[in-house]
Design a protein around this ligand. Structure first.
Ligand SMILES: *Cc1c(COP(=O)(O)O)cnc(C)c1O
Length: 364
């Protein structure tokens, strides 16, 4: 028998979360962001659940090819645009739309030989200072693109740095509007946090939203609102089993470094899940976990292939019992990935993306 760890991807939950996001931005079309192999879920694994989106947004040309191979004929957007000249040939062949965030990409477009002009999303750096033209350079970049026979429709986009916190979107929104309001074209601004928190404002939802994390059932502002608050359901469950159960006496320690020492007699379960499966090594003692659907805590340091849990309060545990690291237990109880992430000092995004290749994934 293979190691008993596995992940499930929940198609109905993907559909539900997508619908939930649409409710927060009534008129906008939705880019389902599926970069990083659909946030670790597997592009092919989420396709059925997300095919109700208006388009798919990603980074990697291979992933764009995969989408076309899966039969998706609708819009596909490259969020970082092209990386080199010949990428534009693939854009033509696969009919990909692409972001233009740098002069070098306009240079490439000007040299591209094509009969069919390409749809582009011109990106403004409105304050995140990662990608995009400065507000002052935006208009001339637009004019340059607009003069190229290789370019079809030009849409305008920007990305919020702090849609998930109290700072919000107003400052960047104001910059974006000030420097683009008289340019024609569709607009795209909002990520998950902006949609859930500010999406009822038409100028935030605009023509296209770009939602990732919330579609995957993780709250973009977990410290303030959890996934249940936003009506989001887990789309990935990571489950394994107990492979050992043993009593410990007061004073006994658990795992490498003996980081946890029992203050009184307890029962410890050992789970076939470690950091080589993608579970965060930094998750400390006390990180929540479900055993047979009952909430308990991890003990001691996470090792490569195993971690330990406190099963003292569960009277009749045995080898083979189900452990849910995040997502849904088979009995229906939920442990949100955000709680595990918070305990480990990170975010749901990182845990999903880190799911290791050795974990068997199935779509349910
Ligand atoms: C990743 C990404 C998104 C999606 O962000 P979420 O917080 O996951 O909703 C949107 N836009 C761009 C440009 C991105 O890179």
């Amino acid at each position: 028998m293979p190691r008993p760890i596995y992940a499930q991807i929940h198609t109905d939950a993907l559909r539900h979360n997508l619908m939930r996001l649409r409710q927060s931005c009534t008129d906008a079309r939705v880019w389902a962001v599926v970069k990083a192999n659909a946030y670790g879920h597997g592009l092919a694994n989420v396709f059925e659940g997300l095919r109700g989106a208006d388009g798919f947004a990603l980074l990697d040309l291979n992933e764009a090819q995969t989408l076309r191979d899966l039969g998706w004929r609708g819009p596909v957007l490259l969020l970082e645009g092209v990386f080199e000249q010949r990428d534009l040939e693939l854009c033509s062949r696969l009919d990909l739309w692409h972001v233009v965030h740098h002069e070098a990409q306009i240079d490439m477009l000007s040299k591209h030989k094509t009969q069919v002009p390409q749809r582009v999303f011109l990106k403004m750096n409105s304050g995140m200072n990662r990608l995009g033209f400065t507000p002052q350079a935006f208009r001339s970049a637009w004019a340059r693109l607009n003069a190229l026979p290789q370019v079809d429709e030009i849409s305008l986009m920007t990305h919020f740095a702090r849609a998930d916190d109290a700072h919000g979107v107003d400052a960047q929104l104001q910059v974006f509007q000030q420097f683009s309001s008289d340019l024609p074209g569709e607009r795209s601004l909002a990520n998950s946090a902006a949609v859930l928190r500010h999406g009822t404002r038409d100028e935030v939802s605009a023509d296209w939203v770009r939602t990732g994390i919330a579609m995957y059932g993780s709250s973009p502002d977990h410290g303030l609102h959890d996934a249940a608050h936003w009506g989001l359901l887990p789309t990935m469950s990571l489950r394994s089993q107990l492979i050992s159960v043993q009593p410990l006496k007061a004073g006994d320690s658990v795992g490498y470094g003996g980081l946890f020492t029992a203050a009184y007699d307890i029962t410890v379960g050992t789970v076939a899940c470690g950091y080589a499966d993608g579970y965060p090594r930094h998750a400390p003692t006390g990180t929540p976990v479900l055993v047979n659907g009952v909430r308990t805590r991890t003990l001691g340091r996470v090792s490569m292939d195993m971690l330990c849990v406190d099963v003292s309060a569960l009277p009749s545990v045995a080898i083979g019992d189900e452990v849910t690291l995040w997502g849904n237990a088979s009995t229906g109880q939920v442990l949100c990935i955000d709680e595990v992430a918070a305990a480990a000092g990170t975010v749901g995004y990182e845990l999903m993306c880190a799911l290791a290749a050795r974990v068997t994934v199935s779509v349910v």
